[in-house]
Ligand binder design. Sequence first.
Ligand SMILES: [Zn+2]
Ligand SMILES: [Zn+2]
Length: 349
Amino acid sequence: MMGAEGIAVSHRVRRPSVLPIQIPVPLPLLFVNSYRLGPEEGPWLLVDVGMDTEPARMAFRAHWNRYGRDAYQAVFLTHYHPDHTGLSGWIADELGVPVTMLADERDLTYRVFGPGGRAGDRIGDYFRDHGVPTAQNVRILENHNDSETYIHLPDSMLGLTPGHVFRLGEESWTILKAAGHTPSQGLPYRADDGTLLGGDQILPRITPNISRWPGEPHDPLRLYLDSLRELRRLPLRVVWPAHGPRIDAPHARIDEILQHHADRLDVMAAVLRQGPKTAYEVARAVFRPDLSPHEWRFAVGESLAHLVHLEALGRVEKLPGGPPYRFGVPGSREGRSLTPAAPRPGCGS
Ligand SMILES: [Zn+2]
Ligand SMILES: [Zn+2]
């Protein structure tokens, strides 16, 4: 354009430093959002990578053909789930840069999906102990083992501590720890303009799955609700989630998710007022009956997370006996007497 003195003034148009890359995944969600962070000329950080499938590799190749691939400084994976980590081995070979995660989450990734990881066996026992019938359990396990074929991790990953800062040119991205969906999910946050990569912690269209899994924290829902309240205190302006479109009203979305869990806790407590139930029976009462094996896995895990949290709030109790383990509202145990309450056993395995 022409300036006041008639001199041509070039306005350097800065591209947004968050560039979403839609990667197909063989899951009901269909896509995961990978992100390229950093100024247009680099250096860049690649966040999350999808599962190891040919369509995912093709999506990255197409993106690199269009936008380049030489200025990547590192890869950061938000959390251990296969749709975020599965392709990381291939990406590490292709880009030749370090793959990073928060250290605790990285350790969990290798425990679950690394060599010798037998997550499937533990999950089968776990679901049986919480009332899932054998035939249903077999279908859930088949589905679980299926997803493991899409995961190829690099031989090593760099472990970061929460608060780690990636400096990308003039941009600073701080990794915040956000627990609940997984124990140590890491979310890149740019304080300058309140931009957060939401990972699976804040999603626009569905509520993130909060499940209790063996070997993970006892009360993940408490961790999740605490984390959401913490994130809500940030001056967030925009959240880029790992699934679905950008969230332009992050505080309102966080409030909706908080309300969803408050409602779900009420519904599950009401179900137990009809009589003691296993986590599976609660899931059957609360969720649609026509769930896929993949969805059943999360329905049972999610029911258990709410039951454990209700127990911590003193609204329900885990009854003596089992497996299968049953939960009831206080006073619902059979043959209740005036003897003091039995100490609460830890939940499940
Ligand atoms: Zn996830
Ligand atoms: Zn995900």
